[in-house]
Design a protein around this ligand. Structure first.
Ligand code: GRF
Length: 211
């Protein structure tokens, strides 16, 4: 069974989408651990309610002691490793991972971002798309799931995208809600796609062994 480590910082509605998909067998995986860098992240409650192990791992402790982000990232990788996940899923994880983490999971870290590839990187993608629409610069937006091979923010090989329309009378809140709904299905669909890819690799290895 494919094991996921899900990293969150907040509400965890995307984590919930994964939990729900697993429950109805729409995703052949298990969540081995949910890690949050914020103590009050509601996603921790969602995980606990689903019986999933949770860990709170704050950066504050490191910066408070004058230790580097790299030290934090290396220890975070060690923490994740305790759960032996096949994939590390960043579902609203508001911390940029350095190579000190990423080198332990080459092409195994998956990020969800509420904008299309190359558009609006960073923490305010929905607000920025909404403002760009008001200025007549874009007609719509979208979301993407991509691999995180390096420290580039919200960039990397794209697994899936979904278009999200913006309508003239939209409020920012309406657009945000529409975006989150699109993200929930895209994330589950993209994780499924990655797992099918893993099966293909397993099959190929099997073929080699048979020869
Ligand atoms: C999502 O919009 C995600 O793309 C962004 O942060 C938000 C997290 O939402 N990186 P939630 O915590 O999963 O509800």
């Amino acid at each position: 069974m494919t094991k996921l480590a899900v990293l969150i910082s907040g509400n965890g509605s995307n984590l919930q989408a994964i939990i729900d998909a697993i429950r109805v067998r729409a995703l052949p995986a298990e969540i081995a651990v949910v890690i949050s860098n914020r103590r009050d992240a509601f996603g921790l409650e969602r995980a606990a309610k689903a019986g999933i192990p949770t860990r709170y791992f704050p950066l504050k402790q490191y910066t408070g002691e004058g230790r580097s982000r790299e030290a934090y990232d290396a220890d975070l990788a060690a923490l994740v490793k305790e759960y032996s996940p096949n994939w590390v899923v960043l579902a609203g994880w508001m911390h940029i991972l350095s190579d000190a983490f990423l080198r332990h999971y080459p092409y195994r870290v998956v990020n969800l971002h509420p904008a299309l590839p190359g558009k609006f990187p960073g923490a305010h993608a929905i607000d920025e798309a909404f403002a760009a629409y008001q200025r007549g610069e874009i007609k719509g937006t979208g979301c993407m799931v991509h691999l995180v091979p390096d420290e580039a923010v919200d960039a990397g090989p794209v697994i899936g995208t979904a278009d999200v329309p913006i309508y003239p009378r939209d409020t920012l809140e309406q657009l945000s809600q529409r975006m989150h709904q699109a993200e929930h299905s895209l994330l589950v669909q993209s994780l499924n796609r990655l797992m099918v890819g893993d099966e293909d690799v397993d099959d190929d290895l099997g073929d080699d062994l048979d020869e």
